[in-house]
Design a protein around this ligand. Structure first.
Ligand SMILES: [Zn+2]
Length: 177
């Protein structure tokens, strides 16, 4: 049976909780399993590491430090911006908005200044995952070339994916053929 290792495609069901409060921050329950190509930085670092060697049917529980998950909270990514910058939008605490620099959350609303945080919402937090392995298969060459999974749950391309031809044996002068 195939085990999860680099260059396999894994499909897993998972529930992520905050270990301090038990609050569920994400879950694949009621959705298709999460599908990813292992060893190509598709997932947060600790997630793949903890699943290495797991097989179909295995249930794995682990807690990651912030460093192994979404990184430490970077105080430089918290900024005050004048309320005029929001144009027609009335900023409220907890809102996630998009900017040229990426998504940010509104963390404080003042009369003139709004505090925004560009950190990932889960930065600085340790995370607990309960994972059940649903499927593991070796990745094919095109998936490894693209750096992501194809097929169910993976990236769907409009154009058919060409699998590179195996290199033909070249005749040379040593009388091989
Ligand atoms: Zn692709």
């Amino acid at each position: 049976m195939t085990k999860i290792e680099n260059n396999t495609v894994a499909r897993v069901h998972y529930t992520g909780t905050l270990p301090d409060s038990g609050e569920v921050f994400d879950s694949s329950e009621g959705r298709d399993p999460l599908t990813f190509l292992v060893g190509h930085k598709q997932m947060i670092p600790g997630f793949e590491r903890e699943l290495m060697g797991a097989k179909v049917g295995d249930k794995v529980e682990f807690t990651l430090s912030a460093e192994d998950a979404y990184g430490e909270h970077n105080p430089d990514a918290v900024q005050s911006v004048p309320v005029e910058m929001f144009g027609g939008i009335t900023p409220e605490v907890g809102m996630t908005l998009m900017s040229d620099l990426g998504p940010f959350r509104v963390t404080e609303v003042g009369d003139k200044e709004i505090t925004v945080d560009f950190n990932h919402a889960l930065a600085g937090k340790s995370l607990t995952f309960n994972v059940e392995v649903v499927d593991v298969r070796p990745a094919d060459d095109s998936e490894i070339m693209h750096g992501h999974a194809h097929g169910p749950g993976g990236v769907q391309h409009d154009e058919p994916v060409e699998t590179p031809e195996p290199e033909k044996k070249q005749c040379n002068d040593d009388g091989c053929c």
